[in-house]
Design a protein around this ligand. Structure first.
Ligand code: TXA
Ligand code: MG
Length: 335
């Protein structure tokens, strides 16, 4: 299969390109498209054959369910058994946007979408291209991140092609995605609701919208610079192919040690670090979590192409604002 690429404006996508994408989706094909978080690999969520193609293209284990993207909150109703008040409150407050809600699925949702489970994950993305595509094709779109399974999520069209070229029909390339980290996932089938994946929307903001606390895993069990939770407890995910290591402080001590051993390593810091040791390829990310998140995956993709032996990342501060970033870096650092 050869993958067609259409470049579209990120705000006003060309209707011809949307038409082409819709035709492919209606015929059961796959289209990669930008969302405000990362690029997704989309197929008709109501067509099990299209969804199967997504799993095959990604090499995704069928035990891992996919998120269904819809154009508006009303489109959730036919896909779920009930629409609880918590869903109404969160959809009202955060959709369109980077929040995914897990609800009890209806019979219309194929089992493959939910990995055979009783729940479905839904979100209304806010990227104009994603929204326009959903409006145009009038289908719910199953769309996991557009990368081979367990690899780094794509924040640019070329990242998508890097691992999936020739494995899907069409890429709508609208340049870099603004957010850079995958959506926050909240399970609304438990009481209280549960944070399944930290993301751009903070758990505290979800709690404020609900007016009650949610259950969240203690990701700060290990303090900054302290030992990380047992790696075995974390699924390796969101990872570059180069081994990644979180280092305490600026990471300078670790990088110096590697340099002395003649190791070629990448070094990701927050803010400028003077004096880069020999053999070390340094990249600087901004010291605020929103800009850091927007650029992180692009920097990891870039360092991944440098044939380095390791990538050392200065451990971000243990504060709520950095939670999603710490989560992704920890998962990436699982060997
Ligand atoms: O920002 C995002 O969420 C991006 C864009 C494309 O929307 N999508 C994304 O999809 O990150 P994916 O498949 O890479 O990650 C989906 C996450 C996985 O951790 C999956 O296990 C979880 O959502 N998930 C999907 N359906 C679920 C369900 N029914 N119950 C619990 N978790 C679910
Ligand atoms: Mg993914």
């Amino acid at each position: 299969m050869s993958t067609e690429v259409l470049h579209v404006d990120a705000i006003w996508p060309d209707p011809g390109a949307l038409q082409r994408a819709s035709t492919i989706l209606r015929e059961g094909g796959l289209v990669a498209f930008p969302t405000e978080t990362v690029y997704g690999l989309g197929g008709n969520a109501l067509n099990p054959e299209a969804v199967l193609k997504i799993f095959i293209a990604k090499g995704r284990p069928p035990v891992n369910p996919v998120i269904v993207h819809i154009a508006r909150a009303e489109d959730a109703r036919p896909l779920v058994q009930s629409w609880p008040r918590a869903a109404e409150l969160l959809a009202e407050r955060f959709w369109p946007g980077p929040l995914t809600l897990v609800l009890v699925k209806s019979n219309r949702v194929p089992d493959l979408v939910t990995a055979g489970g009783p729940t479905v994950a839904l979100r209304v993305p806010s990227h104009p291209v994603a929204l326009a595509l959903l409006e145009f094709c009038e289908l719910p779109l199953a769309a996991p991140s557009a990368n081979r399974s367990s690899a780094l999520s794509p924040t640019r069209g070329d990242h998508v092609l890097r691992t999936l070229e020739g494995r899907f029909d069409l890429l709508l390339d609208a340049g870099a995605t603004p957010g850079g980290l995958e959506s926050t996932v909240i399970d609304l089938t438990t009481s209280p609701p549960r944070l399944l994946r930290p993301g751009p929307i903070a758990a505290a903001d979800v709690e404020a919208a609900l007016g009650s606390p949610i259950a969240r895993p203690d990701l700060f069990a290990a303090k900054a610079g302290g030992p990380l939770p047992a790696p075995g407890l974390l699924a390796r995910h969101y990872a570059p192919s180069t081994p990644l290591e979180l280092a305490p402080g600026t990471g300078r001590d670790r990088v110096l040690e590697l340099s002395r051993r003649g190791c070629r390593a990448g070094w990701i810091t927050r803010g400028q670090e003077a004096g880069v040791p020999p053999g070390i390829v340094q990249r600087t990310l901004p010291d605020d979590p929103v800009s850091y998140a927007a650029q992180l995956y692009a920097i990891l993709h870039e360092l991944d192409e440098e044939n380095l032996e390791r990538i050392i990342v200065a451990c971000p501060p243990a504060s709520e604002a950095w939670l999603a970033i710490i989560d992704r870096l920890r998962r990436a650092s699982v060997p």
